[in-house]
Design a protein around this ligand. Sequence first.
Ligand code: SAH
Length: 349
Amino acid sequence: MKRSILDLSQAELSEWVAALGERSFRATQIRGWLFGKRAPSFDEMNDLPKALRQTLADEFTLFGGNVVRHQIAKDRTEKLLIEQPDKQTVECVLMREPDRRTICISTQVGCAMGCVFCASGMLGLKRNLSRAEILEQILRLDRLLDADERLTNVVVMGIGEPLQNLPTLLSVLDEVTAEDGLGLSPRRITISTVGLPAKIEELARSGKPYNLAVSLHAPNDELRTRLVPINENIGIDAVLAAADSYFEITGRRVTYEYVLLGGLNDGPEHASQLAALLRHRNAHVNLIPINGVETLPFAEPTAPRVDEFIHILESSGTAATVRKRKGADIDAACGQLRLKEAVQLEAPQ
Ligand code: SAH
């Protein structure tokens, strides 16, 4: 099977070009087409000699997967379902706002973390995505933009636990931030994690100030372990300590995500406990009212409860915002990715 050219780093592509006896600027041209000029195929790379375009097409695929579904929501959020040759599917989303274009990408097929309110993990973890498979999501979404539009933000909040696929993710983000890649500032990239302390340290040492979002979801271990089972072996103290050190090393204020589950973790007592945990930390809380997942028994929080929750946090000095919901009519919202298709594709006949 052909490799995807997206699996090659800049250095590897240069070596490949050199091994063909081509001049080194050809590698620069090829990367220009892949990243900046959004070529749809090797054949469109029209400042390369025809023979080189043919060699590229003989040896590599540009994108290894096929888009098997492309949905556009009323708010112009777009979602792609990409099927890889092994039939596993990958989901990713483009969200538009007047001044930003944010993409949300996946790092694994399925997820092993088992959060009880999340659709991504319901079928377990199948495998990590490769560098090319993650870059494919980014570059396909980028190719949906108008010619004069540029991506402004990347959130690694799709399917999977990004820190379980960290070396691959870092190599992808190197291309997103590279000047001859997509040229985004690391400050415009957010990695969301369930909170794996050793991996958070590793990320901090990557040397790039990515934003870190930690999915806390509960203010005490008893409740957190019920909602986020992996917490049993970790504990909130260790998660917060790792996040503190992330802040010290990178200087980036950490965001804590907190999904509000009506009647479960959205009470004033939970807000007060959370406020006490975060009071002396430079933190921001992103509240996510649960997006209903069919077959899961969780209720949306009522508006007055959400307001009270925010009020308690803010009056103790912790900034809090409620996440806007985008693409709800195409199941593009948090926690909803892939499940429907997966059930359709994987259900026994
Ligand atoms: N594994 C990463 C990325 C998960 S997706 C992590 O745990 O952070 C990004 C966010 O959406 C996480 O905070 C996740 O807990 C949340 N989420 C998952 N299912 C959800 C749902 N049904 N409603 C609202 N948020 C959900």
